[in-house]
Design a protein around this ligand. Structure first.
Ligand code: PEP
Length: 250
């Protein structure tokens, strides 16, 4: 179901005490009830964050990754089932840092999406082009391919459960944000590709978030775009005041 969402990806930041202070401050603040706030802390804090948001229907917890296998001899890895058992309902899959630093390709990401769905986790699936692709005007083709390769094998009923996050790689952690025109253009393109594959109902109901140097100064303009349903926030999610301000930018 399409809804307003602001998700905070802490990445590999925040030890337990400061992480808990951050969540406590966000949960205690006045954020709009109709905006779903998703907190994605490191794995090791999932249960503690889930505990902090217990009973708050406008909050949820996400993992930043999961393993593609259900379980087994994969030392150091974390399964979708384990994530769910900690009280998380969402998992970020396909973040550009996972693609870049951990070599995650479309085939692996498709497996992760399948495994997450099988454990009733909602994937927040990230895609987006590199700067070279935008400059070469191949950004639409790139994103279309990413959709096809990792997601379009899903039946409509499963695809409908996803959240998509458009994150131009050149905007992540760089301080360079996509313009609202660029964001709306790509979100509209993604929605139209989904429409072609799955039809109007699915494409109209899926939430598509923007990610890439989103902050309290630019969030309002981005979120005002017709096809932008919210944001996936990295750096600015580490400061309670910034995350709260972004959540209040609809
Ligand atoms: C991200 O990592 O998903 C992200 C959008 O980061 P930032 O907001 O820091 O650009």
């Amino acid at each position: 179901m399409r809804r307003k969402i602001v998700a905070g990806n802490w990445k590999m930041n925040k030890e337990l005490a400061p992480g808990m202070e951050l969540v406590t401050e966000i949960v205690a603040s006045n954020t709009a009830q109709d905006v779903l706030k998703i907190i994605a802390p490191p794995f090791i804090h999932l249960a503690a964050v889930a505990d902090k948001i217990k009973g708050k229907s406008d909050f949820a917890v996400a993992a930043q990754n999961c393993h593609q296998a259900e379980n087994g001899a994969f030392t150091g890895e974390i399964s979708a089932g384990m994530i769910a058992s900690c009280g998380a309902n969402y998992v970020i899959i396909g973040h550009s840092e996972r693609r870049q630093y951990f070599g995650e390709n479309a085939q692996l990401l498709a497996q992760k999406v399948n495994t997450a769905l099988a454990q009733n986790l909602t994937p927040i699936f990230c895609l987006g082009e590199q700067i070279e692709q935008r400059n070469a005007n191949t950004h639409l083709e790139t994103v279309k391919q990413q959709l096809k390769d990792a997601l379009f094998h899903l039946p409509a009923a499963d695809f409908s459960k996803l959240i998509i996050a458009y994150e131009p790689v050149w905007a992540i952690g760089t301080g360079v944000t996509a313009t609202s025109h660029q964001a709306q253009g790509m979100h509209n393109f993604i929605r139209s590709e989904i429409n072609k594959k799955y039809g109007k109902e699915v494409s109209e109901n899926i939430s598509i978030l923007y990610g890439g140097s989103c902050n309290p100064q630019n969030a309002k303009e981005l979120f005002a775009c017709m096809d932008v349903d919210g944001g996936l926030i990295g750096g600015a999610s580490l400061k309670a005041a910034d995350f709260i301000a972004i959540a209040n930018s609809f």
